[in-house]
Design a binder for this molecule. Structure first.
Ligand code: SF4
Length: 436
């Protein structure tokens, strides 16, 4: 047997940086002396001259809907490409193929890859942040998708460090769930199998904490994973690798929440300054953030923050359990603006209790921020999509308002020449097809 496990990242995923999760699993396997290899088929496709058109965003709307996608999979080119991958993988004679299920964008390719590999009786493991949703969708579609569930030999839900070792050591457990993080068992991600030049941003992901102790109604990140900080000495070791082994000067912080704890944030700033590394992060509006923190963030290389404001209406935010006021929003954003840190504002449209008047408050807030000389770089507009069990049972009379409201925000982006990110553009496009 040439390999114990080949880990595959499948399209369609991020093109800017490698995924941290599969690289951690690769590292764990190497630590335990298993023969392993990590292949990022997503980035290979993104960089392929011959097949790049498949990755093109204009095709994503088909990819997003697994059943529609499966009907249109007579895309000969993509089938041919998948057959090439399968031929290669089978020839590697690996005991296991592990497929990373990163988001719903990877569902169709994961489905097809499993189906094709199983024809050769290949043992399959799946894991990754959207594994549960993937299984749910397979279960609710058709017989063909249901059959695939039985073709998967092992399912890893939650953190995979222990689970992958158990599986490779021969456990018969099919589904292994782990929601508690033990940083001492999590090695530094191993990117050595990847060609880092292929990723657009020239950055690497960095996780300095996991989970979140807030409990926003629409977010399933916090449902099962509680907040826990990575010890600073481990972060420092990882920065050492990033800077001196992989020769990168930029990191994307993939923490769910970076400003849960001021002292952790200040410690991080000190480390980034020491390593002369640029960084960006997601931010939760909070009160009483000392102005030195924003200053320190800028001095230590923070160039961008994505801020989850979600709505201009306090009533809507309260329902979401985002208990901050307009004054706190203005205070936090003013401080970023004063320190020349680019701001992206994340907004949700069509939330279950968002009336026309509430939406107008969102529009008013954006104008007010701009009038207050807060320099907004971009808006991330997310049409409301049910993700948590809590919201599934609520009536939502405003769902059909999502297109109109997104369009209004798009017109504001154009008026003030703000950037739109690809997720916003994609969600909007998908929404127009009424299938989101
Ligand atoms: S603060 Fe962010 S990560 Fe935490 S529950 Fe709310 S949306 Fe989720």
């Amino acid at each position: 047997m040439k390999y114990d496990c080949i880990i595959c990242v499948v399209p369609f995923g991020q093109e800017k940086t490698p995924s941290a999760g599969p690289s951690v699993i690769s590292s764990v396997l190497k630590r335990f002396n298993f023969k392993t290899k990590l292949i990022d088929y997503n980035i290979n496709l993104y960089n392929s001259k011959e097949y790049k058109t498949i990755w093109n965003v204009s095709n994503w709307d088909e990819m997003l809907n697994i059943s529609a996608y499966l009907d249109t999979i007579n895309n000969e080119k993509f089938n041919k490409l998948l057959d090439e991958w399968v031929e290669y993988l089978i020839n590697q004679n690996s005991k296991y193929i592990a497929i990373s299920i990163f988001s719903s964008l990877s569902f169709p390719t994961a489905f097809l890859l499993i189906e094709k590999l199983k024809k050769y009786n290949q043992k399959i493991i799946i894991g990754g942040s959207s594994t549960e949703q993937f299984l749910e969708i397979l279960q609710t579609k058709n017989l063909k998708t249901k059959k695939i569930i039985n073709d998967i030999d092992h399912v890893i839900i939650g953190y995979g460090e222990d689970a992958i070792i158990k599986i490779l050591n021969g456990t018969t457990e099919r589904t292994i769930e782990t929601y508690d993080m033990d940083f001492s068992k999590t090695p530094i991600p191993d990117y050595s199998d990847l060609d880092l030049e292929k990723y657009e941003d020239g950055s690497l992901p960095l996780c300095t904490s996991v989970g979140c102790n807030y409990n926003c109604s629409f977010c399933n990140r916090a449902e099962k994973y509680s907040y826990s900080k990575k010890p600073l000495e481990l972060i420092e070791k990882e920065l050492d690798q990033i800077k001196y082994v992989y020769k990168k000067n930029r990191v994307d912080l993939i923490d769910n929440i970076i400003n849960f704890n001021n002292s952790h944030l200040l410690n991080l700033c000190n480390l980034f300054q020491k390593y002369d590394i640029e960084w960006w992060c997601e931010w939760r509006i909070r009160k009483n953030i000392p102005s030195e923190i924003y200053k320190k963030m800028k001095e230590s290389g923070c160039y961008f923050v994505a801020v989850g404001i979600e709505s201009g209406s306090e009533k809507v935010r309260k329902h979401m359990r985002k208990f901050f006021t307009k004054e706190m929003i203005i205070d936090n954003l003013k401080n970023f603006s004063l320190n020349n840190i680019n701001i992206k504002i994340q907004l949700i449209v069509g939330y279950p209790n968002e009336t026309n008047e509430d939406f107008q408050l969102t529009v008013d807030l954006i104008y007010e921020l701009i009038e207050n000389n807060i320099k907004i770089h971009s808006l991330g507009v997310h049409p409301f999509k049910i993700t948590t069990s809590e919201l599934k049972n609520l009536d939502n009379p405003y769902l059909d308002k999502r297109i109109e409201r997104s369009e209004k925000l798009f017109s504001i982006m154009e008026e003030f020449e703000l950037s739109k990110d690809s997720a916003t553009t994609l969600a909007h496009k998908y929404l127009k097809k009424n299938s989101y």
